[in-house]
Design a protein around this ligand. Structure first.
Ligand code: SF4
Length: 271
């Protein structure tokens, strides 16, 4: 089946390593078994991160916090959940007018549809706030976050395809803010506002990238071997079977993103 959708994950893969994009999205290879210790520990952490997202989602749809707390049954989950409940921004969330957990948007992008699923969108007083929960062990640099496909795709797509959330009028980029909230660093969220110039730059570069993907006939291995440290496809590329040192913080964070929802397996929302 040909590839029909692109997401922040697949575009990030393409930008990081065309070979990874090919293995994951074109050949649809499942991950080989993880064998080495740091990777196993990393995988457990990723599963907890995924579970934490489910807990917050349950909370946002109205399940009582006490009930959800009982499901936070590992040390990490318990700490993240307590941090979430103690964060002032989230204490009155359920009273907010237009709260959209797990909202999905999509729009045509060249030969593809660009899709995104947001952990939480809040539309309030003429503003749209995008929240994304992160369970990274380390607080990434804002510069690293700003350059991520997720930051660019999520804001641009909300402008491009979010009119139905704003009484039929597209959001102005200046109405949009994206907030990464870190479960380990609850008081140090990263906030990114948006401007019309940034939106134009982002959308133009996404269109260009989609054209490049459509025209690509070869998918070279990345020259940047730090990208391979946590890559689940190492054994396909002769780049070592041993997972990298867990201290390689940014490589690890990039690895977390690799486990993000695979949108190719999710039905599209049509507009
Ligand atoms: S191991 Fe390295 S070269 Fe191979 S797909 Fe992963 S990032 Fe790319």
């Amino acid at each position: 089946m040909p590839l029909t959708t692109l997401s922040q994950s697949s575009l990030q893969d393409y930008a990081d390593c065309p070979r990874r994009f090919q293995l994951r999205y074109l050949e649809r290879l499942s991950y080989p078994a993880v064998e080495s210790e740091p990777a196993l520990e990393n995988e457990k952490h990723l599963q907890e991160g995924e579970y934490f997202h489910r807990l917050v989602q349950q909370y946002l749809i109205g399940i009582p916090a006490g009930k959800i707390g009982k499901l936070a049954n590992t040390a990490n989950l318990e700490r993240w959940w307590e941090n979430f409940l103690a964060t002032p921004d989230f204490q009155n969330l359920r009273g907010v007018g237009n709260l959209l957990p797990e909202a999905a948007l999509s729009a045509p992008l060249g030969n593809y549809r660009l899709v995104a699923k947001y952990d939480l969108l809040i539309i309030e007083n003429g503003k749209a706030i995008i929240y994304d929960w992160k369970t990274y062990r380390k607080r990434p640099r804002n510069e690293w976050l700003a350059a991520r496909m997720q930051t660019r795709v999520y804001r641009a797509l909300l402008v491009h395809a979010g009119a139905h959330l704003n009484d039929g009028k597209p959001f102005e980029p200046e109405q949009i803010e994206m907030v990464y909230w870190f479960a380990e660093y609850p008081n140090e969220p990263a906030r990114f506002t948006y401007t019309s110039a940034q939106y134009k730059r982002d959308w133009d570069s996404l269109v260009k990238l989609a054209e490049e993907v459509a025209a690509a006939s070869s998918f070279p291995l990345t020259d940047d071997r730090t990208k391979c440290l946590y890559c689940p496809y190492r054994s396909y590329c002769d780049r070592g079977v041993q997972a990298g040192d867990v201290e390689q913080a940014e490589a690890e964070m990039e690895a977390e993103e690799l486990f993000d929802v695979n949108f190719e397996q999710i039905g599209e929302i049509a507009f």
